[in-house]
Design a protein around this ligand. Structure first.
Ligand code: NAP
Length: 334
C-alpha cells in the first residue's frame, strides 16, 4: 500500500475539450474507516463520457476542488463492518482516487464467475454492457433479423452493442467510427458487416452507401448529424435508441442537425432515450445473458486498459478525442 492517498479533483470548467490542466492530483493521509465502513484500495477505474457533462456548471455537476466520483473496483484493506470482509473485491462509485472509505450499501460485492477477468465488471458486465443490453432489449426491443446501425461503434457501448446484437440474432450490423483503423477493427474483429468513418463525408451519404437497403434500429451514441442521417435511413416502424450525445459534449456551439421531422410520422418511427441508472435491476439478467457467452469465448472483451492511476486524466481526455477502442479502464500498477 502506498503511504499517501491521492484524489483527482476538477479545478476549472472547460469550454470545449477539457485538458489535463483542468484537474489536479491532490495528496492526503490515507483515510481511516469509521465504525460501519471499510477502507478500499482501488484497483481499476472506469473512465466515462458522463464526466465531461458533469464538468460543466450544470445542476448536479461536479463541485470544483472536491474528489471526483467514478465507477471503480477495489479491495477491502481495512474493515470495521462484517459486511465488507478484508480481501473482498467490491464495486463502488467513489472512484478517481486511490483509496475510498465506503459503507456496505454503497458497494456491490462481485460475483465469482470462472474465466471472467476483473476488467469485465467495468466493461461488458458493468454499466457499459448494461447500457448496451438495455438499449437493445428494452428500448429497441430487438427482433431476430433486424438490421442495426450503431454510432461510436468502436467505443465501449458501441462494441458491446454490436457483439450483443449479433448474439441476439440481428441481421446486418453497420457501424460508424472516427478512423480508418477503427472501421477496419469493427469489421475484422467486432463482427460488424460494414462500417464507415464519419469524417469521410456527409453522414447521410455515408450511411446510404453503407446500408443501401435501410435499417430497422439505430443505436445512437453521438447525436448530431448521424442522428439526422439515421432518421432518413430507418424503415417503417424503425426504432432510435438515444444513448448519448458525445458529438456535442465538447462542441456546444455546433449548429443543430436538420432532420426530417415528417419522416418520424410517415415511417411511424419511435425514438426513446434512457439512463442506465434506471435499469440497475437488470444487472443479474445481464450476467445470465453475457457470462455464458464470455465463458464459451463467443463474446470477447473490447477494452483499452491504461496502466497507472497517474494516467487517469490522460485516459479520460484521450477517450473524448477517440483514442480508445472499446471500454476505457485504468489499472493500478501495483
Ligand atoms: N444513457 C446512458 O445511461 C449512458 C450510459 C453509458 C454511456 N452513455 C453514452 O454512450 C456514449 C458512448 O459512451 P462510452 O462510455 O461507450 O464511450 P466510448 O464510446 O468508449 O468513448 C467515446 C467515443 O466517442 C467518440 N466520439 C468522440 N467525439 C465524437 C464526435 N464528435 N462524433 C462522434 N463520435 C465521437 C470517440 O470515438 P471515435 O474515434 O469513433 O470518434 C470515442 O472513442 C456516450 O455518448 C455516453 O455519454 C450513456
Amino acid at each position: 500500500m502506498t503511504e499517501i492517498a491521492v484524489t483527482v479533483q476538477q479545478t476549472a470548467r472547460p469550454h470545449g475539450f477539457p485538458t489535463t490542466g483542468d484537474f489536479a492530483f491532490v495528496e492526503s493521509a490515507i483515510p481511516e474507516p469509521a465504525a460501519g465502513t471499510a477502507l478500499v484500495r482501488n484497483l481499476y477505474w472506469s473512465v466515462d463520457p458522463y464526466h465531461r457533462e458533469m464538468m460543466d456548471d450544470v445542476p448536479g455537476g461536479f463541485t470544483l476542488r472536491t474528489p471526483l466520483e467514478g465507477r471503480t473496483l477495489g479491495r477491502v484493506v481495512a474493515s470495521r463492518t462484517p459486511e465488507l470482509p478484508e480481501g473482498e473485491i467490491v464495486f463502488h462509485r467513489q472512484g478517481w482516487r486511490t483509496h475510498s472509505v465506503v459503507r456496505p450499501e454503497e458497494t456491490r460485492r462481485l460475483p465469482h464467475f470462472d474465466k471472467v477477468p476483473p476488467t469485465a465488471y467495468l466493461s461488458v458486465l458493468g454499466g457499459t454492457g448494461l447500457t448496451a443490453y438495455v438499449g437493445l432489449t428494452r428500448i429497441a426491443r430487438l427482433r431476430e433479423g433486424d438490421d442495426v446501425f450503431v454510432s461510436a461503434a468502436a467505443g465501449g457501448v458501441g462494441t458491446a452493442t454490436g457483439r450483443f446484437a449479433r448474439l441476439m440474432g440481428a441481421a446486418r450490423l453497420v457501424g460508424s467510427a472516427g478512423s480508418a483503423a477503427k472501421v477496419d477493427h469493427l469489421t475484422r474483429e467486432v463482427g460488424y458487416d460494414a462500417a464507415f468513418d464519419y469524417h469521410d463525408g456527409l453522414p447521410s451519404a455515408l450511411l446510404a452507401e453503407t446500408a443501401p437497403d435501410g435499417i430497422d434500429v439505430y443505436v445512437d451514441n453521438v447525436g448530431g448529424e448521424q442522428l439526422a442521417a439515421a432518421v432518413g435511413a430507418l424503415r417503417e416502424f424503425g426504432r432510435i435508441v438515444r444513448i448519448g450525445t458525445i458529438s456535442r459534449y465538447n462542441t456546444p456551439d455546433a449548429p443543430p442537425p436538420h432532420f426530417g421531422h415528417a419522416d418520424v410520422v410517415e415511417k411511424s418511427l419511435r425514438m426513446e432515450g434512457f439512463l442506465v441508472s434506471n435499469y440497475r435491476h437488470l444487472q443479474d439478467e445481464l450476467y445470465e445473458f453475457a457470462v455464458p457467452h464470455l465463458q464459451s469465448g463467443r463474446l470477447a472483451l473490447d477494452e483499452t486498459v491504461v496502466d497507472g492511476f497517474e494516467h487517469i486524466v490522460d485516459a479520460f481526455v484521450g477517450m473524448l478525442h477517440g483514442r480508445n477502442t472499446g471500454k476505457t479502464i485504468v489499472r493500478d500498477r501495483a
